[in-house]
Design a protein around this ligand. Structure first.
Ligand SMILES: Cc1cc2nc3c(=O)[nH]c(=O)nc-3n(C[C@H](O)[C@H](O)[C@H](O)COP(=O)(O)OP(=O)(O)OC[C@H]3O[C@@H](n4cnc5c(N)ncnc54)[C@H](O)[C@@H]3O)c2cc1C
Length: 490
């Protein structure tokens, strides 16, 4: 009989793993806590509007191609973005369009010799990417020694970068606030600020501007999940929703079944956990090293305040992906992960899904999705001021556009870090899970193979390699190697 695998969690990491394992002939059952699959990559349909709830674009499209090839899926229809995104700086007349084309990009910056400096910066980012990604990011490590030995083979020219922040690195190449602020925005994609993100991640600048850029999906990001759901059905993968795993039964060093909230048991030969790898170890497996006290000592990414607004008018002056920055960056950004002053004007990202996906809003209307990085619940546990904060975002945009947007709102939904925590079991509402500090990546991140139970593996943002859609897809490849190796050893 085919060996069976139960996957706990139907985020993109869990779904991709289910497909890879089913392709290899295993009998797969996927259990998801919520009514819908996708995890953070989800969708809200309300009042005639459609919103993506979390991810709105992504890089490293070749990881999707690799998944499609591996599982013989019909290829994804990904839409390359140009501009990558648009940045609105308070007090600046015109927005800056982040084009991949060097000339088009350079002519918008007032910084002297921008193009030359940008070339020099990207050359460094590219060598960092090429010297590390295949060697370190896309590999399973069996021990810290194995990991450190691999790191020791990386070109030592990159060593000084380990001691710098993203911001330090950017300031070595660019002199103007404008260039520094805009080119370090990508650090936010890792859930922290350029001031507390390692310079190692400047390799992302190479990914966005040169290597692959960013992509959207026709119909919105959630169409990826819908397509993969169909593929799962066709392959006989059993999907069970509204099923949260809260306990396990074990025999010696093997888990024999996982138990849901209604005390139903789910048996399998092997289990892959797509729930947060640190949280599950603590709350369900009750490991002392992952107790609440120990989890609080780890570094977590920021929370997100997300706002989904339907308006009864069009906003032709805005693009699909827009960033709005204020004029007090040096004061606002270093503080925002711990201390949110409601008196300050917020910095935020605005996605207008209806811009190129007309079915996502009624005729003449627009669906707006705001993402505002805020402290997670460790630093701001209460969100009684949620309406006030939502209004500060709406008012800021109204002021910038000269349009009283509050008069046009016909649909509004707010997710504070409390909702993110509750819906997806994210520790303290941390939007991207464990932070990517140097002591929490590679073999220092919670491993994708359990330290006590030999038939339990992990996939997703808080295990290796880290957060983001492409990383979850790479994670599914790494965990598949683990599961196949486990069954071979039996
Ligand atoms: C606001 C926001 C914006 C983002 N934007 C981008 C972006 O533009 N591009 C990008 O690449 N990435 C983005 N990300 C990051 C990206 O969404 C995540 O890194 C990725 O979706 C994580 O996938 P995952 O499979 O690891 O986890 P999840 O999506 O969290 O999936 C885990 C699943 O497990 C379920 N679960 C948890 N506990 C249990 C349990 N005990 N029993 C059963 N089920 C359980 C959860 O309900 C969830 O469905 C964004 C994230 C947020 C929050």
């Amino acid at each position: 009989m085919n060996k069976s695998v139960v996957i706990i969690g139907g985020g993109i990491g869990g779904i991709a793993t289910a497909l890879r394992l089913a392709t290899r002939g295993y009998k797969v059952t996927l259990l998801e806590k919520n009514e819908t699959l996708g995890g953070r990559l989800n969708q809200i349909k309300k009042d005639g509007f459609t919103f993506d709830t979390g991810p709105s674009f992504f890089s490293m499209s070749y990881e999707f191609d690799e998944l499609a090839n591996d599982c013989k899926l019909t290829p994804f229809r990904l839409l390359p973005l140009d501009p990558l995104y648009t940045v609105h700086l308070r007090g600046h007349q015109k927005p800056i369009y982040l084009h991949k084309n060097r000339r088009l990009l350079a002519e918008q910056f007032s910084e002297k010799d921008f193009e030359k400096k940008f070339d020099r910066y990207l050359k460094k980012c590219s060598s960092l990417y090429n010297d590390t990604v295949d060697k370190v990011v896309k590999k399973n490590f069996d021990s810290i020694i194995h990991y450190l030995a691999t790191l020791a083979t990386v070109n030592p020219v990159h060593l000084p970068i380990l001691y710098r922040s993203f911001w330090d690195q950017i300031t070595r190449y660019f002199d103007s606030d404008e260039a520094r602020q805009i080119l370090s925005l990508v650090a936010f994609f890792l859930g922290r600020t350029p001031f507390d993100t390692s310079a190692v991640y400047t390799l992302l600048s190479y990914v966005e501007f040169e290597h692959d850029g960013y992509y959207n999906v026709d119909g919105g990001m959630y169409s990826v999940v819908q397509k993969l759901q169909q593929e799962m059905e066709q392959r006989g993968i059993i999907v069970v929703r509204n099923t949260e795993i809260v306990d396990v039964e074990s025999n010696n060093k093997t888990i024999t079944s996982v138990i849901d909230r209604n005390r139903q048991r789910w048996n399998a030969d092997c289990f892959v956990v797509n729930a947060d790898a640190a949280v599950f170890r603590g709350t369900v497996l009750k490991k002392k090293n992952y107790s609440e006290e120990k989890l609080l000592k780890k570094e977590w990414t920021m929370g997100y305040f997300t706002l989904y607004v339907g308006i009864d008018r069009k906003l032709p002056m805005l693009d699909h992906h827009n960033y709005f920055l204020g004029s007090n960056y040096a004061h606002y950004v270093p503080a925002v992960s711990k201390n949110l002053a409601l008196s300050e004007k917020p910095y935020y990202y605005l996605n207008i899904l209806s811009k190129y996906n007309t079915t996502c809003a009624p005729d003449g209307c627009e669906s707006l999705f705001f993402v505002c990085p805020v402290p997670n619940l460790i630093y701001k546990p209460s969100w009684e001021d949620r309406e006030e904060f939502a209004n500060s975002i709406i008012n800021d945009l109204s002021e910038r556009l000269g349009i009283p947007l509050e008069q046009h709102i016909v649909s509004k939904t707010i997710y504070t870090p409390l909702e993110w925590q509750e819906r997806f079991n994210l520790f303290k509402g941390s939007g991207l899970g464990l932070a990517h500090s140097l002591t929490q990546i590679g073999a220092f991140r919670p491993s994708n193979i359990d330290e006590d139970f030999k038939n339990v593996c992990y996939v997703g943002a808080s295990t290796v390699p880290g957060a983001g859609i492409p990383m979850a897809i790479i994670s599914s490849k790494l965990v598949t190697e683990r599961v196949v190796a486990y069954f071979k050893r039996l």
